[in-house]
Design a protein around this ligand. Sequence first.
Ligand code: PMV
Length: 321
Amino acid sequence: MKSQATASAPAKVILFGEHFVVYGNPAILASIDRRITVRAKTAEHDKVFIKSDIAEGEFSGATVKGSENAEAVLRPLYSAVRQVLLEKKHERGLEIEVRSDIPHGIGLGSSAASCVATVAATCLLFEQPDRQAVCERAVEAERLIHKNSSGADCYISTFGGLIYYSKSEGFSKIRSGAEMYIVIADTGIKHSTGDLVSSVKSLKERNEQEFSRWTEQARSICGRARSAIEAGDIRQMGALMNENQVLLSKIGVSHDVADRLIEIAIKNGALGAKVTGAGGGGAIIALALDKDSRSAIAGRIKEAGYNAFEARIDYDGLILG
Ligand code: PMV
């Protein structure tokens, strides 16, 4: 057994199809080059101590001591670690350090990435883990946060790249025919995915016919987006992002600040821009033509007083060691 091990896992964006995916539609996700790195160290005591940028806690069975948010934020990580320790019949504790450069709570998949990296670093203390097994265990841990999680965030964080996902067909990789120059901007407004999913559900129940028309449109956008990505047709991708954003506004998950950031991006040359993830604040994603345009867009958004960063698609997924 090693005395320490490190693993890192990337953030994600939803390029197309959020919300409608809940009702069986496809979605397209990509992992991006922002990561969470986890270091696991063996300990002489029998507790599991977890420290992240936003919480810290010392876990021993059902008991936790530490910051106020330790239970909510770190329990899933603890439960994943504990399972591995039980399986390996390891009776001593561990120290887990989580470092993140993924903004938290705006739909960029930080909780999934932390689950993937924590499971992987813990397994790595004992043996070289299999990625699929890490992913499955991370999904179980993440379900303690998002009960009905599709598992897509953990999947993309483990395997990297771009995926096309639907509940009935599962995951398939998409090969991009061109580099994507992406800007992510943060509205500064934290969202609750659960609340937004519920509000869309009640809208759907009030407007079944209209909602089913939008669902068909969202399905068509995803299909055309997949072809555009494969063909490397980034102008078409941008146009489809704009089309997708119209639907997200109709279902009430955009936000004034998101609309403002999207407008700044488009005015400054973005080929397309939309809310990414649950919305109601959170983050937006903009697609630029090239590197220079990407930095110009990010620069303008920062000048307007918001956090923005330039991103690339990450093809590594989980990195061990
Ligand atoms: O903001 P996020 O990353 O939690 O995205 C949620 C995506 C939804 O489609 C709104 C919900 C879901 O479970 O797919």
